[in-house]
Design a protein around this ligand. Structure first.
Ligand SMILES: [Zn+2]
Length: 305
């Protein structure tokens, strides 16, 4: 957008006044973190292992509302070795309760990324806020026919006949999750490229199955020229504690302290630079994972200009 384009001023779009993408490089790899928007969720859904009094005190301390927290949904576009890889696809447009999410198609366009240029999609898991965007007409009709969609075999198998007996979520959620995942599998079956444990999608772009959040949950590790970045989307990847904004304080305050080491970062080496599928919008969801014993703490990265 150029500043002398007054048509923008006469048709304000308040949402887009907020920065919605963040570009960085990992060695030779171009990375763009794009916000799909936010989903307001009750804090107790996000931080189930914190006492209510602790949670409320923390929210007050941070000047955050007690009732609903804006839960960020992020996707990443990576360019490496002539391939353009979309990691996750946001919520899509079928959920009227979440009118401020599902912006992926608009924001790809705003970033100058033609969906037809996307050669590969990597799905960290099949929850609706990661795969729903692929079902939205605004995006689906513009993707190329030879698109490759990478997904852990265990994830595809789980959602063929999901067993939710080991999870706890609000009663209406499982049916919605099941329905979105099964539509995705139906519509994209011929383009799926399932992998067992690990697959190099493009030079230096490796998707690895971690499990945890869902049976086939995966992270994407970027490595180039000595630089690294891990994209982790599922909230349990960092342990049991939910949104990274809450991690530090809840780990400190909640009885019993920290959690088991997250599988995603335990083997990440010395430089645990990460981008989060649900991390705070501060610093566009890129930060570092500080490790002290079995405690993982999210430290947002300062913007680099
Ligand atoms: Zn999820």
């Amino acid at each position: 957008m150029s500043l002398d384009n007054t048509s923008h001023l006469s048709r304000p779009e308040p949402d887009e006044l907020t920065q919605s993408r963040y570009a960085l490089r990992v060695g030779e790899i171009d990375v763009l973190v794009i916000s799909d928007g936010v989903m307001p969720l009750a804090p107790e859904v996000l931080a189930t292992n914190a006492d209510q009094a602790v949670r409320v005190a923390w929210l007050d301390d941070m000047f955050l509302p007690r009732e609903l927290l804006d839960w960020p949904v992020n996707v990443v576009v990576v360019r490496s070795g002539g391939r353009t890889v979309l990691i996750d696809a946001g919520l899509g447009v079928e959920f009227p309760d979440f009118p401020r999410a599902g912006r992926l198609a608009l924001r790809l366009e705003a970033a100058g990324i033609d969906p037809a240029s996307v050669t590969d999609v990597v799905l960290t898991h099949l929850h609706m806020d990661h795969v729903g965007g692929l079902l939205a007409d605004g995006l689906r009709g513009r993707l190329r026919p030879d698109l490759r969609v990478h997904l852990a075999t265990a994830e595809a198998e789980f959602w063929e006949s999901p067993d939710f007996s080991h999870t706890s979520m609000p009663p209406e959620v499982p049916d919605v999750l099941r329905s979105v995942a099964s539509r995705f599998l139906d519509e994209y079956r011929s383009q799926l490229r399932p992998f067992e444990a690990e697959y190099e999608v493009a030079p230096g772009v490796v998707v690895s199955r971690t499990g945890g959040h869902t049976p086939g949950h995966s992270v994407v590790r970027l490595a180039s020229g000595g630089d690294r970045l891990t994209f982790a989307a599922g909230r349990r990847v960092l342990g049991r504690v939910r949104p990274p904004r809450l991690v530090q304080r809840l780990r400190t305050l909640s009885r019993g302290g920290g959690s088991r080491p997250g599988r995603s970062f335990a083997g990440a080496g010395g430089d645990r630079r990460a981008a989060g599928g649900h991390c705070t919008c501060r610093s566009r969801s890129v930060g570092r994972v500080a490790v002290a014993g079995d405690i993982f703490r999210w430290v947002p990265e300062w913007w680099k200009y």
